[in-house]
Structure formats: structure tokens, C-alpha cells
Design a protein around this ligand. Structure first.
Ligand SMILES: Nc1ncnc2c1ncn2[C@@H]1O[C@H](COP(=O)(O)OP(=O)(O)OP(=O)(O)O)[C@@H](O)[C@H]1O
Length: 470
């Protein structure tokens, strides 16, 4: 609640002499959404930022407010903490009560907030705390904001994708994932496999961080200066804050996958996927396994080809579209064939003619190849500091010829994005990308994992990634 010394000069939408805590005071709702009154001190609230909802009870009107506690030298609460408080006032007459309710409702309606949400809770994600996070921190706030909820726990892998594929979207203003990034990715893929994908993909998707990495929640909140905390994510959802996001289409043979976060091969993919067996450690599993991999560093042969964004044309050598490799390696098993049938209904991916683009290439061996759509890969990993949500490009980070010591120094810079300045790193923006992965230099019988958004996409097969905003 702001304590303001200045009386507002705007003409109010509605004003009255109301009673607050037994004291009669002028109260005004201003056109900018500010509510202004006096309680000894002059006070103000912003309907957009501070008010979740209001209720009329008898002669009173209760504003359900939530306000950020500013961290100060004497404060024991951390930045990004909130206090829920009710502000109760009594209008001077019945007519005034009706008018206040009408004007408050009209203003809140005009903010475009969601009213009905479909909420997916992954009981398995992260440290298996998503259920607790939902019932303790998410549900109370959404209820206070008078948002009607349909809650579904995910029962198994790909359940969220199945649900997104068949959900009656006309019943909801958005889908919320209380999970890590995995459920968000499943939802995007499910929506894009629908026959009505063009309208389906417009439904807003919210993420509440309750997984291991939470790269998307971190990227979204950090981009507006907020810490990656559950309450901040829920408030962004309640306030109806949205931004558009590029989706990359990844093809391998006949199969297709839609990615919103990243694609990795080499060191990062090995850490992300092989550390799954240490899931009980929580997010420490990633640090622990990074050290294991560092002590026994792998180098992968292969080649990456890419279409650089304007300004990045000097990277690599001139090349042509390695089209052949994309149709090779397409041994589709029966479950993939069924998947392919379903995919024929939905979004077919970008129809850019790849052969006519300006391709360039870099040959291995590689320590790591990483493509990123958003800045943060996890809450403590700023993988691609320059990545933008919807610029039409992916950030490509390649690590080559890197001795162990500089690699260690580079890894310690990951939490603030400093690794991209290393002389062993090539960092650029690309429009399209082809990976032709080869085996490990020291164990040619072993091929690398290709990790897209935390899931194993393939092990050592050729693939293409083309970015296109849908
Ligand atoms: N009931 C369930 N049992 C087992 N696995 C599940 C269940 N529900 C969902 N999953 C799977 O759990 C995986 C991980 O989900 P999620 O992304 O929420 O958590 P995370 O992996 O801990 O987080 P992050 O992706 O940020 O590391 C997803 O691949 C999803 O398909």
C-alpha cells in the first residue's frame, strides 16, 4: 500500500466518503486504476498490481490485496515476498455501494485477466513437491483472484501432451503447468498436434516453477526483473501478463518435435540426461554429474550447419544445405508410426525452402553444442544471455578445443552467462540448424545423446531444427 503525500488531480471514475476501520474518509477510484483514500496517512492501491479481487459482504466491500514486501536493511523478508491483506470499506449509501461494485467490476474486467484455468500438476517433477506447491501456494492465490480451476495431476509421461491434444479449449482462458519445463513442452506439442492447432496454440500457457530446472519460468520472470518464485509466477498469471514465444520445429527423418527451450548435444546433453539417475538429489544432481563429466571429458566428432542471423555471417565456413542427412536414420518403430499419423493432422512445421538459404558449417570434434530459445536453461544457468523469446532466431553456443581448466572456469560462469565470452566458445544467432552427430573420439562405438527440452530426442542420428514462430 503506497503512502502518498499528494492528493490525486485526476477526475475520479467514482468517489465517495466511505468508512475504513471506523473512520470516515474520502475514497476515489482514478482512471489509471489507483484507489486513493486516507487512513491517518494517505493511502493508495493499484487495482492492476495490488488487487486480486473484491467481494461485497453486507454493507461492506472487501478488496483482496497482495503487496510486495520491499527488502530493506531492517527487513527479514527476502525480495519477491508478498503479504495478503484485506482492505474493507463501507460506502455511504446503498446506491454508492452498487456504484462502487459496478465500477470496480468494470475496471477489473477491462484488465483481461483469466477467469477459468486448466491446471496441470506434475507430482513427479523436481523434488516431487509440485502437489504441495500447488495446494499451499498456488491454489489459495488463484482462488482469492476468483479464478475457476480445473485441476489435473499428470499420471504418467506424455499425459500432459494427451490432455492438451484433446482438451475442450473453449472452456478455458489458459493452461497452467505447475511443474518443470517438461510439462510445458508436452502441452505445446499436444496443442500443435491438434487439427485446430492454429487457434489452439493461441491459448496462453502459464508456468509455475515446481521442477528441477524451471528454465522457462526463470526466463520469463527474470526478463521483467522478478525472482523466480512461485508467488511471482502466479501473480503474472492472475494479472494476465503474456508474451509470445518462438517454437522450433525439430525433424528427424519422419518424426517431428516442437521445442520451446533448447536442444543440446555433447557435454550439456550428457549432464542433463545421464544425471536423471541422481534425481533424488534435486537440482544438485546437475552440479554433481557436471563434475563427473568434467573429470572424464568426452569429445564428439560431427558437423553442425546453420543459417546465421544477419550480423553473424562470419562464423564457420560456407556450405550448402546438408539435406540428405535429414532423411537418413529414419527407422521408425510402431509407436513412432502412430505418432507420425497423429502428426499429419497438426502443424507441419515451417515451410521455408532450406536449400536456398545461406548455409555455413563448423566441423568437430565438439565438447558441446547447444541451441537456446530463451536465456535461462535452468534457474542457475544463463545459457544464452542474448536470447529473445520471439525474435525468430535460436542462439547457438558451441564449445570446441577447450582444455579442462578453461572449461572449469567457463562452467563457473554459467550462472551469469559469462561463458559465452570464452575464446573456446562460438556464440551466434541462427535461423536454421542441422546437426550431423558423430561418435566420441575415444570410443567410436559410443554416440551422443541429443537432448531437446530435457528429453532424449535421439542417440546419434542426423536431424534438422528449423525455427518458425507459430
Ligand atoms: N505421474 C507421473 N509419473 C512419472 N512421470 C511423470 C508423471 N507426470 C509427468 N511425468 C513426467 O515427468 C517429467 C518431468 O516433468 P517436469 O518437467 O515437470 O519436471 P522436471 O523434469 O523435474 O523439471 P525440469 O524439466 O525443469 O528439469 C516429464 O517428462 C513428464 O512426462
Amino acid at each position: 500500500m503506497d503512502q502518498s503525500d499528494h492528493q490525486p488531480h485526476l477526475h475520479p471514475i467514482v468517489s465517495d466518503r466511505v468508512t475504513v476501520k471506523g473512520v470516515v474518509t474520502p475514497l476515489a477510484l482514478l482512471p489509471d486504476g489507483r484507489l486513493w483514500w486516507s487512513e491517518g496517512l494517505q493511502r493508495s492501491l493499484h487495482l492492476e498490481k495490488d488487487v486480486l479481487s473484491f467481494v461485497a459482504n453486507g454493507p461492506n466491500i472487501t478488496l483482496r490485496t497482495i503487496q510486495e514486501v520491499r527488502a530493506g536493511c531492517c527487513s527479514t523478508t527476502s525480495a519477491g515476498s508478498f503479504v495478503r491483506r484485506d482492505v474493507v470499506f463501507q460506502p455511504s449509501s446503498n446506491e454508492s455501494h452498487v456504484l462502487w461494485c459496478q465500477k470496480l467490476r468494470e475496471y477489473i474486467e477491462s484488465l483481461g485477466r483469466p477467469k477459468r484455468l486448466f491446471v496441470l500438476v506434475n507430482p513427479f517433477g523436481g523434488k516431487k513437491s509440485a502437489k504441495k506447491v500447488f495446494w499451499k501456494k498456488v491454489s489459495p492465490l488463484l482462488s482469492d483472484a476468483q479464478i475457476e480451476l480445473t485441476v489435473q495431476e499428470t499420471q504418467h509421461q506424455l499425459h500432459a501432451k494427451e490432455l492438451a491434444r484433446s482438451l475442450d479449449l473453449s472452456q478455458y482462458d489458459g493452461i497452467v503447468c505447475v511443474s518443470g519445463d517438461g510439462i510445458l513442452v508436452e502441452v505445446v506439442n499436444g496443442l500443435l498436434e491438434r487439427e485446430d492447432w492454429q487457434t489452439a496454440i493461441k491459448i496462453p500457457i502459464g508456468v509455475v516453477p515446481a521442477g528441477t530446472g524451471n528454465g522457462m519460468a526463470k526466463s520469463l520472470l527474470d526478463s521483467v526483473g522478478y525472482p523466480c518464485k512461485v508467488a511471482n509466477a502466479v501473480l503474472a498469471i492472475i494479472r494476465g501478463h503474456k508474451r509470445s514465444l518462438d517454437v522450433a520445429t525439430i525433424r528427424q527423418g519422419e518424426t517431428r518435435f516442437f521445442s520451446v527451450l533448447m536442444l543440446a548435444w555433447g557435454l550439456i546433453a550428457d549432464i542433463d540426461i545421464e544425471s536423471e539417475k541422481y534425481r533424488w538429489m534435486g537440482s544438485a544432481r546437475l552440479d554433481f554429474y557436471a563434475i563427473c563429466r568434467f573429470l572424464n571429458l568426452r569429445h564428439y566428432t560431427g558437423r553442425v550447419s546453420f543459417v546465421p542471423a544477419p550480423g553473424f555471417e562470419e562464423h564457420g565456413e560456407p556450405s550448402s544445405y546438408p539435406g540428405q542427412s535429414t532423411s537418413e536414420g529414419s527407422n521408425i518403430d510402431p509407436s513412432e508410426a502412430e505418432n507420425t499419423q497423429l502428426q499429419k493432422l497438426g502443424y507441419q512445421g515451417s515451410n521455408i525452402n532450406l536449400e536456398h538459404l545461406n548455409w555455413r558449417a563448423i566441423n568437430g570434434p565438439f565438447v558441446s553444442v547447444w541451441l537456446h530459445n530463451v536465456p535461462w536453461g535452468a534457474e542457475d544457468t544463463m545459457a544464452a544471455p542474448d536470447a529473445k523469446f520471439s525474435d525468430g532466431y535460436l542462439d547457438l553456443i558451441i564449445v570446441k578445443n577447450c582444455p579442462r581448466l578453461p572449461l572449469l572456469a567457463m562452467m563457473t560462469e554459467l550462472n551469469k552467462g559469462g561463458h559465452v565470452k570464452s575464446p573456446y566458445v562460438t556464440y551466434l544467432k541462427v535461423k536454421a540448424f542441422v546437426l550431423e552427430p558423430g561418435p566420441r573420439t575415444k570410443k567410436p562405438e559410443k554416440e551422443g545423446i541429443i537432448d531437446s527440452d530435457g528429453e532424449v530426442l535421439a542417440r546419434g542420428k542426423g536431424l534438422t531444427s528449423v525455427i518458425k514462430k507459430v
